[in-house]
Design a protein around this ligand. Structure first.
Ligand SMILES: C[S@@+](CC[C@H](N)C(=O)[O-])C[C@H]1O[C@@H](n2cnc3c(N)ncnc32)[C@H](O)[C@@H]1O
Length: 221
C-alpha cells in the first residue's frame, strides 16, 4: 500500500503561525515591506517573508560568496541574500526598473549591506550574456518575467559552480500549473520552464510549496 501523501495545506491562521515562528524581521525589513505595500498592486511581486528567511539561511548554509539575482523590484529578496553572504561576499542584481530599485538601494544602505550589492539596470538576458562564461556564482535567485526564465536559467546554470544553488520563484503559479484549462501566457511559460528543469541533467532539483512555489536546484559536479 502506498503511504498517505504527506503535506500540510495552509489556511490563514496556520500561515500566520508559521510566519510568527521564524526568526523575527527587523525594522529595515518592516519598513521596506510597508513602503512596498504603498505601491499598491505592484506589491504582490515582492517575495513572502518566510521566503526571505529561507533565502538568507540557504545562502549562509551554502557558504555562498558570490550570488546573482534576476528580478530585484524593491530589494527584499536581495536584502535577504546579501545578509546571508559574508561581509566580503558579492551579490549582482539585475532589473529593468530604476524607480523600484531606488527603493531597494535605500533599504540596502539602511541595513549596511549596500557595499555587497551591485545593481545593473537593463534587460536581464543581455546583462547575463555579457558576463564572463565561467563558473563564478555559488547562489542564484530567479524572480523576473516568466517568459524569460529559460534564458535566465541557461545563462545562470552555465555560470554556476558545481555544488552551487539556484532558487526559482512562482513555479506553482497559484496552483494553475496543474489546471490544463488555464492557458495564460505566464502559466504556460512556467509549465514549460518546469519541464525544462526536470529534464536538465546538470542539476538535481526539488519544488518547495512555499509561497507561490520555489524550485531549488543544485548543480552537480
Ligand atoms: C516579481 S518582481 C521581483 C521581486 C523581488 N525579487 C522581491 O523580492 O521584491 C520582478 C522584477 O523583475 C523585473 N523585470 C521584469 N522584466 C525584466 C527583464 N526583462 N530584465 C530584468 N528585470 C526584469 C521587474 O522590473 C520587477 O522588478
Amino acid at each position: 500500500m502506498l503511504p498517505r501523501p504527506k503535506f500540510t495545506a495552509l489556511d490563514a491562521p496556520l500561515y500566520e503561525y508559521l510566519l510568527a515562528h521564524r526568526s523575527p524581521d527587523d525594522d529595515v525589513v518592516r519598513e521596506l515591506r510597508e513602503q512596498t505595500a504603498r505601491l499598491g498592486n505592484h506589491a504582490v511581486m515582492q517575495i513572502a517573508p518566510d521566503q526571505a528567511t529561507l533565502l538568507r539561511i540557504l545562502v549562509a548554509a551554502a557558504g555562498a560568496r558570490r550570488a546573482i539575482e534576476v528580478g530585484t523590484f524593491t530589494g527584499f529578496s536581495a536584502l535577504a541574500i546579501a545578509r546571508g553572504l559574508p561581509a566580503d561576499g558579492r551579490l549582482l542584481c539585475l532589473d529593468v526598473s530604476e524607480e523600484w530599485t531606488a527603493i531597494a538601494r535605500k533599504a540596502w544602505a539602511k541595513a549596511g549591506v549596500a557595499e555587497r550589492i551591485e545593481l545593473r539596470i537593463g534587460p536581464a538576458a543581455e546583462s547575463l550574456r555579457a558576463l564572463p562564461e565561467e563558473p563564478s556564482f555559488d547562489f542564484a535567485f530567479i524572480d523576473a518575467d516568466k517568459k524569460g526564465y529559460p534564458v535566465y536559467w541557461e545563462e545562470i546554470v552555465r555560470r554556476l559552480r558545481p555544488g552551487g544553488l539556484v532558487a526559482v520563484d512562482n513555479v506553482l503559479w497559484e496552483g494553475e500549473v496543474v489546471k490544463p484549462e488555464e492557458q495564460g501566457e505566464d502559466v504556460v511559460a512556467i509549465r514549460h520552464f518546469n519541464e525544462l528543469v526536470l529534464a536538465d541533467r546538470r542539476v538535481e532539483s526539488v519544488m518547495l510549496a512555499i509561497a507561490d512555489g520555489l524550485t531549488l536546484a543544485r548543480k552537480l559536479a
